[in-house]
Design a protein around this ligand. Structure first.
Ligand SMILES: *Cc1c(COP(=O)(O)O)cnc(C)c1O
Length: 379
């Protein structure tokens, strides 16, 4: 099956009792057994839920994996993956990553004896310098948030294999429509489903997708033991939203390109971060591992004044000033004070995330309205 068919059909069967084409919301906590242990694979809803199971099958198929596990949020999925590790283990991570991931690594798991090294992962030599015999995991985000750096997934996965370490790719920005990390050698793909996969800004959820049964069993044990599972209503909403993922992504990419081209030629814009411009550092690797360039981009205004960035953000009429991304509506954010406020300023500035950087999640509205809005807001 091709991607546009899989989003609608993979894992989804008509309900056997009624023929309902939409997967029912199995709002139940437990399942009746004929005699002890005689059940149809469903015992208790933290462990298994049929609505969730359909979504998990669908996600596994979209990422060309064999198994998926859903969690109550993207962060719960991150949490489950790091719990595969033990005290003393080391993780090498992109230095330019989602603020919440940085926070859970440094403020929660560092206290449990897991060590994290943050490096610019588009520099393979810098990554190699941090490798030790304790390196158990490579944590990749690409394109990165919000600097849109592109990391060569295959190069990192090859290095990880030499170390007998896992490669995890946070594929939230690209989605499986644009890139499939498991095909490039990664062991695990993580998603904040909250973003593009859900796509309608109405659900918080996360997922981990793998291609190895033994790894899925480990994650399943953690999922059931720690219990951060999503409810069936939310699984239904995501199953509904994901059916249009390919159509939405196509428009996100189209609008993203138009906005990037507009900003690249704007007299008041100093720099733009978007992997689809031939002048961008990540263009070459992005062209190789992605099918298009997505709807996320960041830019900095000339003069790099915080107050100019704030004024622009306050002027927007179509773009909404809000955290999050990946929904049908266009959003604008100020990472330094919003999504990335938990990263210390000195760390943040090292990655190029200056105080006046504006991040856009370009939605699927009419692109003329988006450009007009940028025109009036930037002035
Ligand atoms: C939002 C996000 C997360 C966290 O997901 P939640 O669903 O908000 O818990 C992780 N990684 C990236 C890249 C994100 O954008």
């Amino acid at each position: 099956m091709k991607f546009g068919t899989k989003v609608i059909h993979a894992g989804v069967e008509p309900d056997p009792t009624t023929g309902a084409i939409m997967t029912p919301i199995y709002q139940t906590s437990t399942y009746v057994q004929a005699s002890p242990g005689d059940h149809q694979g469903y015992e208790y809803a933290r462990t298994q839920n049929p609505t969730r199971a359909v979504l998990e099958k669908n996600l596994a198929s979209l990422e060309n994996g064999t198994h998926a596990r859903c969690f109550a949020s993207g962060m719960a999925a991150v949490d489950a993956i790091i719990k595969l590790l033990k005290p003393g283990d080391e993780v090498i991570s992109t230095n330019d990553l989602y603020g919440g991931s940085y926070r859970i690594f440094t403020k929660i798991f560092a206290n449990y004896g897991i060590r994290f090294h943050f490096v610019p992962m588009n520099n393979l030599e810098a990554v190699k310098e941090k490798v030790t015999d304790k390196t158990r995991m490579f944590w990749v985000e690409t394109p990165t948030n919000p600097m849109m750096n592109v990391v060569d997934i295959r190069a990192i996965a090859d290095l990880a294999k030499e170390q007998d370490a896992w490669t995890v790719v946070d594929n939230t920005f690209a989605t499986p429509y644009l890139q499939n990390p498991l095909d490039l050698g990664a062991d695990m793909v993580i998603h904040s489903i909250t973003k593009y996969l859900g796509g309608h800004s109405d659900t918080v959820m996360g997922s981990v997708i793998v291609k190895e049964t033994s790894l899925d069993e480990k994650l399943g044990f953690i999922q059931n033991s720690c219990g951060a599972v999503p409810g069936p209503q939310d699984c239904f909403l995501v199953l509904r939203g994901i059916k249009t993922l390919h159509v939405r992504m196509q428009r996100h990419c189209e609008n993203g390109r138009k906005v990037a081209e507009y900003l690249a030629n704007h007299a008041k814009v100093d720099r733009i971060y978007y992997p689809g411009l031939e002048t961008s550092d990540g263009y070459e690797v992005a062209s190789k591992q992605m099918r298009d360039f997505g709807g996320m981009l960041s830019f900095v205004l000339k003069g790099d004044r915080m107050e100019d960035a704030f004024r622009t953000l306050e002027q927007f009429k179509v773009f909404a000033l809000a955290e999050s991304l990946g929904g049908v509506e266009s959003l604008a954010g100020h990472p330094a004070s919003m999504t990335h406020a938990s990263i210390p300023e000195e760390e943040r500035v090292k990655t190029g995330l200056s105080n006046s950087l504006i991040r856009l999640s370009v939605g699927i509205e009419d692109s003329n309205d988006l450009i007009e809005d940028l025109e009036q807001a930037i002035g």
